[in-house]
Design a binder for this molecule. Structure first.
Ligand code: PNS
Length: 162
Protein backbone atom coordinates (compact mmCIF):
# COMPACT_ATOMS: atom_id res chain seq x y z
CA UNK A 1 0.00 0.00 0.00
CA UNK A 2 1.37 3.39 -1.01
CA UNK A 3 1.35 6.08 1.65
CA UNK A 4 0.78 9.64 0.55
CA UNK A 5 1.60 12.51 2.91
CA UNK A 6 0.68 16.20 2.82
CA UNK A 7 3.15 18.80 4.05
CA UNK A 8 1.00 21.93 4.49
CA UNK A 9 2.06 25.47 5.29
CA UNK A 10 2.19 29.10 4.28
CA UNK A 11 5.63 28.78 2.65
CA UNK A 12 5.87 32.58 2.32
CA UNK A 13 8.52 32.01 1.04
CA UNK A 14 9.85 28.45 1.16
CA UNK A 15 13.16 28.22 3.09
CA UNK A 16 15.95 25.66 3.25
CA UNK A 17 14.37 24.52 6.51
CA UNK A 18 11.15 23.61 4.68
CA UNK A 19 13.12 21.91 1.91
CA UNK A 20 15.00 19.85 4.48
CA UNK A 21 11.73 18.64 6.04
CA UNK A 22 10.14 17.92 2.65
CA UNK A 23 13.15 15.87 1.54
CA UNK A 24 13.21 13.83 4.73
CA UNK A 25 9.49 13.17 4.39
CA UNK A 26 10.01 12.10 0.77
CA UNK A 27 12.57 9.55 1.93
CA UNK A 28 9.93 7.92 4.14
CA UNK A 29 6.62 8.24 2.27
CA UNK A 30 5.75 7.15 -1.26
CA UNK A 31 4.50 10.58 -2.24
CA UNK A 32 4.63 13.95 -0.52
CA UNK A 33 2.38 16.83 -1.53
CA UNK A 34 3.80 20.15 -0.37
CA UNK A 35 0.66 22.25 -0.21
CA UNK A 36 0.41 26.00 0.22
CA UNK A 37 -2.53 27.42 2.13
CA UNK A 38 -4.58 29.98 0.20
CA UNK A 39 -5.55 32.18 3.11
CA UNK A 40 -8.31 34.62 2.16
CA UNK A 41 -8.07 36.34 5.54
CA UNK A 42 -4.34 36.97 5.47
CA UNK A 43 -2.56 38.56 2.53
CA UNK A 44 0.89 37.00 2.23
CA UNK A 45 4.11 38.74 1.24
CA UNK A 46 4.20 36.69 -1.95
CA UNK A 47 1.17 35.68 -3.99
CA UNK A 48 0.18 32.02 -3.93
CA UNK A 49 1.36 31.70 -7.54
CA UNK A 50 4.77 33.13 -6.67
CA UNK A 51 5.03 30.77 -3.70
CA UNK A 52 4.03 27.82 -5.87
CA UNK A 53 6.67 28.73 -8.45
CA UNK A 54 9.41 29.08 -5.82
CA UNK A 55 8.46 25.81 -4.11
CA UNK A 56 8.26 23.94 -7.43
CA UNK A 57 11.62 25.24 -8.60
CA UNK A 58 13.34 24.36 -5.35
CA UNK A 59 11.85 20.87 -5.04
CA UNK A 60 11.85 19.72 -8.67
CA UNK A 61 14.88 17.50 -8.00
CA UNK A 62 12.81 15.24 -5.71
CA UNK A 63 10.76 12.91 -7.86
CA UNK A 64 8.10 11.95 -5.34
CA UNK A 65 7.28 15.51 -4.25
CA UNK A 66 4.41 17.42 -5.83
CA UNK A 67 3.62 21.07 -5.05
CA UNK A 68 0.01 22.25 -4.81
CA UNK A 69 -2.22 24.75 -2.99
CA UNK A 70 -5.38 24.37 -0.95
CA UNK A 71 -8.07 26.32 0.84
CA UNK A 72 -10.55 25.34 3.48
CA UNK A 73 -9.87 22.68 6.07
CA UNK A 74 -6.60 20.82 5.84
CA UNK A 75 -8.18 17.48 6.76
CA UNK A 76 -10.69 17.82 3.89
CA UNK A 77 -7.82 18.44 1.47
CA UNK A 78 -5.90 15.45 2.86
CA UNK A 79 -8.93 13.21 2.39
CA UNK A 80 -9.63 14.53 -1.11
CA UNK A 81 -6.09 13.64 -2.08
CA UNK A 82 -6.33 10.17 -0.58
CA UNK A 83 -3.48 10.93 1.78
CA UNK A 84 -3.25 9.60 5.31
CA UNK A 85 -0.44 11.62 6.88
CA UNK A 86 0.14 15.30 7.68
CA UNK A 87 3.80 16.33 7.93
CA UNK A 88 4.87 19.17 10.17
CA UNK A 89 8.37 20.34 10.97
CA UNK A 90 9.52 21.12 14.50
CA UNK A 91 12.29 23.64 15.13
CA UNK A 92 12.13 24.22 18.87
CA UNK A 93 10.03 23.59 21.92
CA UNK A 94 8.28 26.89 21.22
CA UNK A 95 6.72 25.32 18.09
CA UNK A 96 5.41 22.42 20.07
CA UNK A 97 2.38 23.87 21.82
CA UNK A 98 0.82 25.25 18.65
CA UNK A 99 1.65 22.09 16.71
CA UNK A 100 0.32 19.81 19.43
CA UNK A 101 -2.97 21.68 19.55
CA UNK A 102 -3.30 21.61 15.77
CA UNK A 103 -2.50 17.89 15.62
CA UNK A 104 -5.13 17.12 18.27
CA UNK A 105 -7.73 19.27 16.54
CA UNK A 106 -7.02 17.61 13.21
CA UNK A 107 -7.27 14.19 14.85
CA UNK A 108 -10.63 15.14 16.33
CA UNK A 109 -11.82 16.21 12.87
CA UNK A 110 -10.31 13.22 11.06
CA UNK A 111 -9.23 10.37 13.36
CA UNK A 112 -7.83 8.28 10.50
CA UNK A 113 -5.21 10.92 9.58
CA UNK A 114 -1.89 10.86 11.42
CA UNK A 115 0.26 13.93 12.06
CA UNK A 116 3.92 13.10 11.65
CA UNK A 117 6.54 15.48 13.09
CA UNK A 118 10.02 15.78 11.65
CA UNK A 119 12.67 17.62 13.62
CA UNK A 120 14.67 20.16 11.63
CA UNK A 121 18.42 20.24 11.28
CA UNK A 122 19.98 22.38 14.01
CA UNK A 123 21.32 24.80 11.41
CA UNK A 124 17.75 25.72 10.49
CA UNK A 125 16.33 25.75 14.00
CA UNK A 126 16.06 29.53 14.07
CA UNK A 127 15.00 30.07 10.44
CA UNK A 128 11.47 31.24 9.65
CA UNK A 129 9.90 32.77 6.54
CA UNK A 130 9.04 35.94 8.47
CA UNK A 131 12.59 36.41 9.77
CA UNK A 132 13.96 35.83 6.25
CA UNK A 133 11.70 38.53 4.84
CA UNK A 134 12.59 40.98 7.59
CA UNK A 135 16.34 40.37 7.54
CA UNK A 136 16.45 40.70 3.78
CA UNK A 137 14.33 43.83 3.83
CA UNK A 138 16.77 45.54 6.19
CA UNK A 139 19.83 44.50 4.22
CA UNK A 140 20.97 41.43 6.17
CA UNK A 141 22.22 38.31 4.47
CA UNK A 142 19.93 35.33 4.06
CA UNK A 143 22.01 33.50 1.45
CA UNK A 144 22.46 30.37 3.60
CA UNK A 145 18.79 29.99 4.42
CA UNK A 146 16.91 30.09 1.13
CA UNK A 147 17.30 28.43 -2.28
CA UNK A 148 18.57 30.56 -5.19
CA UNK A 149 15.13 30.99 -6.69
CA UNK A 150 13.87 32.55 -3.45
CA UNK A 151 16.96 34.71 -3.04
CA UNK A 152 16.45 36.13 -6.53
CA UNK A 153 12.77 36.73 -5.88
CA UNK A 154 13.58 38.56 -2.64
CA UNK A 155 16.00 40.79 -4.53
CA UNK A 156 13.26 41.58 -7.06
CA UNK A 157 10.70 42.24 -4.37
CA UNK A 158 12.72 44.32 -1.95
CA UNK A 159 15.10 45.80 -4.49
CA UNK A 160 18.12 45.53 -2.25
CA UNK A 161 21.33 43.60 -2.66
CA UNK A 162 22.96 42.33 0.51
O1 PNS B 1 3.18 27.38 7.84
P1 PNS B 1 2.04 27.60 8.80
O2 PNS B 1 1.44 28.97 8.57
O3 PNS B 1 2.43 27.34 10.23
O4 PNS B 1 0.90 26.51 8.41
C1 PNS B 1 -0.34 26.47 9.09
C2 PNS B 1 -1.36 25.57 8.36
C3 PNS B 1 -1.52 25.99 6.91
C4 PNS B 1 -0.88 24.14 8.40
C5 PNS B 1 -2.71 25.67 9.12
O5 PNS B 1 -3.03 27.01 9.30
C6 PNS B 1 -3.87 24.99 8.40
O6 PNS B 1 -3.90 23.79 8.28
N1 PNS B 1 -4.85 25.78 7.90
C7 PNS B 1 -5.97 25.29 7.14
C8 PNS B 1 -7.28 25.44 7.90
C9 PNS B 1 -7.45 24.34 8.91
O7 PNS B 1 -7.54 23.17 8.59
N2 PNS B 1 -7.49 24.73 10.20
C10 PNS B 1 -7.64 23.82 11.30
C11 PNS B 1 -6.29 23.38 11.85
S1 PNS B 1 -6.43 23.04 13.55
Amino acid sequence: MKIRAVYPGSFDPITNGHIYIAQRAAAIFDEVIVSILINERKQGSFSVNERLDMARASLSHVKNIRVDSFNGLLVDYVRQNKASVIIRGLRAMSDFEYEFQMALMNRKLAPEIETFFIVTDSKYSYVSSSSIREIFHFGGTVRDFVPDVVFNKLRERYNSNP
